[in-house]
Design a protein around this ligand. Structure first.
Ligand SMILES: CC(C)(COP(=O)(O)OP(=O)(O)OC[C@H]1O[C@@H](n2cnc3c(N)ncnc32)[C@H](O)[C@@H]1OP(=O)(O)O)[C@@H](O)C(=O)NCCC(=O)NCCS
Length: 277
């Protein structure tokens, strides 16, 4: 095999990258993620390629103050040869030096990130609800519409610490199921639902967060839904545990750069994803 070259992914390679990620993660469902990242103007997917075949891939979403690293994977047949390190370094190389870089590390990725200077923040806890997650309703919750997006994105930016408009709009347009909670004419929380996932959910307090999760969990389609909760949000974790929602796994939420985390993780009841934050 010749020495792989590193470059931006070409549109016609999306399918090959989805196959590589399916093999690396043991999860065949990366199609929508790769398509979403390909469309986002602030996202860049890098690949390592040798003799016409992909060896590794990684993506960075640049939010301005913050950049998120995700979908890092090496073809299982080629792991342990330094390709993971090369693809991560290549993906991060174009990111301006003032960015805080965030990621959620799997057990196989964490040792690499440690050597690249990432430090632990908290854990991102993946739970899976099999059906509705009950909680008392709160006033002011209405279905989200396209017209709500600017106000929701502004609220999200204040909590997340950077402007995620492109990613949130992409998620909402793929599956327009979301809720907004308004108090005194201002956004006090919001949440999105995808067929197999609840999140992001951001809210001013746990009462609103739990009511949003409950209302999102009864939307169609019925069936298992994952919800990824920062371990810093103990009220939501406790609530889900009390409702019998089991934990599937935990990833290490890591940061590089900046002297503090840009987000208020205590108001993030559920994350959007491991590539959008
Ligand atoms: C994480 C992953 C991309 C690493 O790819 P790779 O090509 O094997 O990585 P490298 O060969 O560049 O190794 C990187 C470093 O991590 C270390 N490492 C790799 N896998 C490891 C493991 N399972 N346990 C401990 N250390 C490990 C290597 O020793 C190496 O350190 P070094 O450069 O100091 O020698 C790959 O294991 C993978 O695709 N995993 C499945 C998907 C996944 O979990 N991705 C990460 C999401 S955060």
């Amino acid at each position: 095999m010749s020495d792989p070259i590193c470059r931006r992914m070409r549109p016609e390679e999306a399918e090959a990258l989805v196959a590589l990620l399916a093999a690396a993660y043991g999860n065949p469902r990366f199609g929508p993620t790769v398509a979403r990242l390909s469309r986002m103007p602030n996202a860049a997917i890098h690949v390592l390629e040798a003799d016409g075949a992909l060896c590794a891939g990684a993506a960075v979403v640049d939010y301005g103050r913050v950049a998120y690293l995700g979908i890092v994977g090496t073809d299982p047949a080629m792991q342990g040869r330094g390709f993971g390190r090369r693809i991560v370094e290549a993906a991060l190389a174009p990111v301006p030096a003032d960015r805080v870089i965030l990621l959620d590390a799997s057990p196989s990725g964490a040792p690499l990130y440690e050597t690249l200077g990432f430090v632990d923040v908290d854990a991102s806890v993946v739970l899976e609800a099999q059906g509705p997650v009950e909680a008392p309703p709160v006033p002011g919750v209405v279905p989200m519409t396209e017209a709500n997006l600017p106000a929701v994105a502004a609220y999200d930016a204040a909590v997340f610490g950077a402007d995620r408009t492109a990613g949130l709009a992409a998620l909402f347009r793929e599956h327009p199921a979301g809720l907004v909670c308004r108090r005194d004419g201002r956004v006090a929380g919001y949440g999105l639902r995808h067929p197999d996932r609840i999140g992001p959910v951001l809210a001013e307090d746990q009462e609103i967060a739990a009511a949003l999760v409950a209302a999102l969990s009864v939307l169609a389609p019925a069936g298992p839904m994952t919800i990824t909760v920062p371990s810093s949000h103990t009220p939501m974790l406790d609530h889900l545990r009390r409702r019998g929602v089991p934990e599937l796994r935990r990833l290490r939420h890591m940061r590089r750069g900046g002297d503090r985390h840009p987000s208020d993780r205590g108001r993030i009841a559920a994350m959007a994803s491991f590539h959008l934050g």
